[in-house]
Design a protein around this ligand. Sequence first.
Ligand SMILES: Cc1cc2nc3c(=O)[nH]c(=O)nc-3n(C[C@H](O)[C@H](O)[C@H](O)COP(=O)(O)O)c2cc1C
Ligand SMILES: Nc1ncnc2c1ncn2[C@@H]1O[C@H](COP(=O)(O)OP(=O)(O)O)[C@@H](O)[C@H]1O
Length: 315
Amino acid sequence: MHVIRDPAQFPFLGNAVVTSGTFDGVHVGHQRILARLREVAQASAAPAVVITYWPHPRLVLGPPPSHPELLDLQLLNTLDERIAKLAELGVDYLLIVPFTREFAQWTSEDYIQNLLLTTVGAKQLVIGYDHRFGKNREGGFDYLRQNADRYGLAVEEIPREDVDAVGVSSTRIRQALRQGDIATANRYLGYHYPLTGTVVHGRKLGRTIGYPTANLDVREPLKLVPARGIYAVWAVTAAGTRHPAMLSIGVRPTIGAELAQTIEVNLLDFNGDLYDQELTLEFVAWLRAEEKYNGLDALTAQLALDAQNTRAALA
Ligand SMILES: Cc1cc2nc3c(=O)[nH]c(=O)nc-3n(C[C@H](O)[C@H](O)[C@H](O)COP(=O)(O)O)c2cc1C
Ligand SMILES: Nc1ncnc2c1ncn2[C@@H]1O[C@H](COP(=O)(O)OP(=O)(O)O)[C@@H](O)[C@H]1O
């Protein structure tokens, strides 16, 4: 997949089959649109192109007036995760348009003329029934269909049934993760929710109780960290090896009062140094809520149970 981050650098294609959107999560609804994009592109022996935006439009424009609570935007994917997912799904060209206030002012006419026709060289569009574009989201499928001939564009709509059948939305997935409902989130995503960070130093207590825990520092500020709790995960090292692991997101009430939240993972089948390495966690199952135990022995006994439950969840 060719990744182009500056529209001025995009190689005009002339016969491109295009879809566009923010695609946060690249969930099963998005995957349907992308599968159709690839099908149409293959049938025309033409490149499949995705236009996406970064940063997320809501970060630039603020929350919709009707939903002020959406101000604290959290994202399912880092840009790198989104890029990797789109590449996996057979996209040939990814154009990442820097989303600015100025770009948000483009009319749907500007958007079609400048971006779709002049920059990308679109011939066919594949879009979800509810896709909106241009200033104030004024452009949509009906506008495109009415003007398709004038633009020399063929427009294919993914019907409402196909997108809604799965009942998925990025918002629903965010809600599920904030409640620790990994099963629902993963079902809607079509893959295990990932979280990547760098292993940093902690209090060196873990090793003294027989469960060293790699502490993860997540650098991407907007990445959604699931609810506090204990989870079964796969831990994938930068070298690509996968380890069954148990994860704690919490404030460790057994150890002390009012500690800062940490993300700590014990790899069940590993012994070695992970400091400064990048680690990706793939969430598989919620195990339990974080508890305050009566001392380290009680916590250690619980960790042995967590390890058993982790193996069962990952089996
Ligand atoms: C799977 C798992 C479950 C945990 N559950 C709890 C818990 O329920 N309550 C708690 O206070 N700490 C819990 N911890 C956190 C431990 O207290 C923590 O690993 C210990 O403080 C080691 O800290 P260190 O990495 O700074 O040395 C858990 C850790 C792991 C890996
Ligand atoms: N099975 C394992 N799971 C997690 N970390 C491990 C494991 N084996 C060794 N380590 C190493 O031990 C460190 C964690 O030990 P710990 O005593 O909890 O120290 P810290 O408080 O700095 O996290 C990890 O960062 C990693 O380098």
